[in-house]
Design a protein around this ligand. Structure first.
Ligand SMILES: *Cc1c(COP(=O)(O)O)cnc(C)c1O
Length: 232
C-alpha cells in the first residue's frame, strides 16, 4: 500500500529544501494534492495527514468524488484540467479554484454560473508556453486581452497564472518555461497593476516541482509522488 502520509511528509521536506535554496519561505508555496484517478479512500488518507488542497482534472470524475468527502471542513478543490465551456456550470459548483481558464468564452460561462451560485470563483489563466501551440492554454500574446476581459466579470477573481511545460526527462530543462511564466506575470502586473490578485504561479508537478519553486512557483500540483503511479 502507498504510504500517503509518509509521501506527504517527504514532499513537504523537499518543498522546504527548494524554498530554502532560493531564500523563500516554505509557507509561500501551496501544495495541491492531485487525486485524479485515485479513490475517495486515498483522499481521506491525505486529509487524515493534514492535506486540505486537492486537484482534479475532470469534472465528471470530480462529480463522483467531491461529494463523498465534502463533509470535511476546510477543503479547497482545484480544477487543473482542460475545461469545456459546456462543463463550466458544474465546475463552478464543485470547485473553489479553476487553474485552466484559457478563453474569454469559458471565463464568461464560469462567471455567470458563479454569480448565480452567489460565489466568487478564484481563477488562474493557463498559459501555453510551448514552441508548438497545444490545444490547451492561451498563447502569451493573448494573455493581456484575456486578463482585461476577466477583470470585468463579476463572478470571478483572477489570482494568477498557470502553465504545464513540455515534458523533459531532465527537469532542469523545464526551468526556462517556469521563468517565462513568472516574467509574464511581472509584465502584466506592471501594465495592469493588481490585475493578478494574489499573484499565484501554479507550476511544477512531481518530477519538476523543485525547479518550479526556484523559479517562483507559489502553487505546486503533485499527484504521483503522493498517491503513487496512476493506472488508467
Ligand atoms: C496530473 C496532473 C498533475 C500532477 O502530475 P504528477 O506528475 O502526477 O505529479 C499536475 N498538473 C496537471 C495539470 C495534471 O493534469
Amino acid at each position: 500500500m502507498t504510504d500517503i502520509h509518509g509521501n506527504l511528509l517527504a514532499i513537504k521536506t523537499e518543498i522546504a529544501a527548494a524554498a530554502a535554496e532560493c531564500r523563500r519561505k516554505p509557507e509561500e508555496i501551496k501544495l495541491v494534492a492531485v487525486s485524479k484517478t485515485f479513490p475517495p479512500e486515498s483522499i481521506a488518507a491525505a486529509i487524515a495527514a493534514g492535506q486540505l488542497d486537492f486537484g482534479e482534472n475532470r469534472v465528471q470524475e470530480a462529480e463522483s468524488k467531491i461529494p463523498t468527502v465534502r463533509s470535511t471542513a476546510g477543503l479547497t478543490w482545484h480544477m487543473i484540467g482542460h475545461l469545456q465551456a459546456n462543463k463550466a456550470h458544474r465546475a463552478a459548483e464543485l470547485f473553489d479554484v479553476i487553474h485552466s481558464v484559457d478563453s474569454i468564452k469559458l471565463a464568461r460561462r464560469l462567471s455567470e454560473s458563479a454569480a448565480g451560485l452567489g460565489k466568487t470563483l478564484s481563477v488562474l489563466v493557463q498559459v501555453d508556453l510551448g514552441d508548438e501551440p497545444t490545444k490547451f492554454g492561451a498563447e502569451p500574446g493573448r494573455i493581456e486581452d484575456l486578463i482585461t476581459g476577466i477583470r470585468d466579470l463579476p463572478g470571478l477573481k483572477l489570482d494568477g497564472l498557470m502553465t504545464i511545460p513540455p515534458f523533459f526527462e531532465d527537469p532542469e530543462l523545464a526551468g526556462p518555461y517556469f521563468v517565462s511564466l513568472r516574467d509574464l506575470g511581472t509584465c502584466m502586473d506592471e501594465k495592469l497593476p493588481g490585475c493578478l490578485g494574489n499573484r499565484e504561479l501554479s507550476m511544477g508537478m512531481s518530477h519538476d516541482f523543485a525547479v518550479a519553486i526556484r523559479a517562483g512557483a507559489t502553487i505546486v500540483r503533485i499527484g504521483t509522488a503522493i498517491f503513487g503511479s496512476r493506472t488508467y
